[in-house]
Design a protein around this ligand. Structure first.
Ligand code: FAD
Ligand code: NAI
Length: 474
């Protein structure tokens, strides 16, 4: 890895989420003097109220669900009960370890951490409102990594009581009897399925004609089927209009294809997206403006339009994913340290912790065709995987999308057991311009789930061994 070429600068990073803290550590590794300003918690949304706590709870929900289904393996489990308070404490313990770890890493790298709310007051100038009072900082460069916050819709202000955002849903005091989830995207589905597995009745209200808009439709169909099997009602083409409270109960008014419908429940969770966060940041003091959606525009070097000010993570545009923010943090750090670095990743993987899981990287079939590729597709079902059978998780498939002329892998879309882990191989293949033949020729250990990737790549050529592909069939 290249070392710094720029003599030491002082850099202030605003926000200690996965974009900001990763950037700060890399800056320190490259010999820069770094100060991180954080207003709430080290680790940001991701470690405190996002990726980590949600995945901890989802793992527990999956486990609870699985022990109820292992009698076919000859294992009878009786007396299973959920102790919600203990579960939440266990999750909080994981968050505590990780955020403590971030604090330790920043300290070891001699990064100064200032807890307080930052406002940019001028070029290279930041004022921090700390518990002890105001503190003025000066630096050569500023990196804005202030992230995003949950988006509310009219009639559903987050009050932490009747209407939860994802934050409250990750620390419930008790399980709702009936949870109405507004928005069938990433969070709505991940948390909706979690609550169903923990024992709540769950209804999901989604504005478009299906869950997870923008994702591979065949993959989504598997998830929708499995939600139905679980007993979750997904109401599509539906808009939540408002709610009223009667006693302890709530009545949510929705409009489904022009018709009014009411849903009685005891808890509402609103997950209709997140918005970039720059409130009170003082962007106007340096002549920086956001886009209509609230994002800061950046170039491939993470530079905003104002010299010496960089932006990374959720504030810097879609997709709002932790690993995309961290990558941008590494690029910004390298650029500030004088390296000729650019954000040139060819694709950002997406992982959705539904049941079964879904993962995707690169182009969808229709996107590849629209980009002018002649497309070839290979698919392999987990129903034909010995490993999936032994895990009792045979739903789903791996789909490889390749260019029919060059055989280059353009996209991989999967739904099924542990596909959130499998997607790393697909991302590497696309980054390295691998062909589907490269994937097919690579020896994959047996019996493992990644064999499904190898067989899907073989299927691109009509040569998958463990399914019958009629010669000449598409
Ligand atoms: P954040 O993590 O939001 O961090 C920004 C930090 O800046 C915050 O700590 C904030 O307090 C601080 N800040 C803001 N303004 C100021 C200021 N003026 N002064 C000082 N500090 C300030 N992504 C994934 O990739 N995988 C997942 O599985 C996943 N699961 C998620 C589950 C949930 C429930 C949610 C809500 C999100 C999830 N995400 C997931 C998205 C992920 O959390 C975000 O993309 C990621 O946290 C963005 O990182 P960031 O550093 O840009 O911003
Ligand atoms: P989202 O954008 O994923 O989904 C929002 C959903 O709400 C969409 O399906 C949209 O059509 C629907 N919607 C919007 N307005 C509506 C209305 N009035 N009534 C009914 N439905 C409506 O947003 P979400 O789930 O809040 O997550 C925010 C972001 O956080 C994600 O886009 C993702 O970037 C990130 N995230 C990532 C995760 C992961 O990587 N596993 C997990 C959770 C969040």
């Amino acid at each position: 890895m290249a070392q710094a070429t720029q003599s030491s600068q002082h850099v202030i990073v605003l926000g200690a989420g996965p974009a900001g803290y990763v950037c700060a550590i890399r800056l320190a590794q490259l010999g820069q003097k770094v100060t991180v300003v954080e207003k709430e918690f080290l680790g940001g949304t991701c470690l405190n109220v996002g990726c980590i706590p949600s995945k901890a709870l989802i793992a527990a929900g999956a486990f609870l669900d699985k022990v109820g289904h292992v009698s076919t393996m000859g294992i009878t489990v009786t007396g299973v009960k959920l102790e919600l308070e203990k579960l939440i404490a266990w999750k909080a313990g994981i968050v505590g370890k990780l955020t403590g770890g971030v604090g330790g890493l920043l300290k070891n790298h001699k990064v100064e951490v200032v807890m307080g709310t930052a406002t940019i007051t001028g070029k290279g100038k930041v004022r921090v409102a700390t518990k002890e009072g105001k503190r003025d900082l000066e630096a050569d460069s500023i990196v804005i990594a202030t992230g995003s916050v949950p988006l509310a819709i009219p009639g559903f202000d987050f009050d932490g009581n009747h209407v939860w955002s994802s934050t409250e849903a990750l620390a419930p005091k008790q399980l709702p009897k009936h949870l109405v989830v507004i928005g069938g995207g990433y969070i709505g589905l991940e948390l909706g399925i979690l609550y169903k597995k923990l024992g709540s009745k769950v209804t999901v209200v989604e504005a478009t004609d299906g869950a997870l808009p923008g994702q591979d439709k065949e993959c989504v169909a598997v998830i929708e089927r499995s939600m139905k099997k679980l007993g979750i009602e997904l109401i599509t083409k539906a808009f939540a209009k408002g709610y009223e409270v009667k006693g302890g109960e709530k009545r949510v008014r929705i409009e489904v294809e022009g018709k009014e419908r009411f849903l009685d429940c005891d808890q509402i969770l609103c997950t209709v997206g997140r918005k970039p966060y720059s409130a009170g940041l003082g962007l106007e003091n340096v002549g920086l403006a956001t886009t209509k959606q609230g994002f800061l525009e950046i170039d491939k070097k993470m530079r905003t339009k104002v010299a010496g000010i960089y932006a990374i993570g959720d504030i810097a545009g879609q997709p709002m994913l932790a690993h995309k923010g961290s990558k941008e943090g590494l690029v910004a750090a390298a650029v500030i340290a004088g390296q000729n670095e650019e954000y040139d990743s060819r694709c950002v993987p997406a992982v959705i912790f539904t049941a079964p899981e879904m993962a995707s990287v690169g182009l969808l079939e229709e996107q590849a065709a629209a980009a002018g590729h002649k497309v070839k597709v290979g698919k392999f079902p987990f129903a034909a995987s010995g490993r999936a059978m032994s895990l009792m998780e045979t739903e789903g498939f791996v789909k490889v999308v390749a260019d029919a002329e060059t055989d280059e892998v353009l996209g991989v879309h999967m739904v099924g057991p542990e596909v959130t882990e499998l997607v790393a191989e697909a991302a590497l293949a696309i980054e390295m311009h691998a062909t589907s033949e490269d994937l097919a020729r690579t020896i994959h250990a047996h019996p493992t789930l990644p064999e499904a990737m190898m067989e899907a790549a073989e299927a691109v050529h009509g040569m998958a061994v463990h399914i019958f592909q009629k010669p000449g069939a598409k």
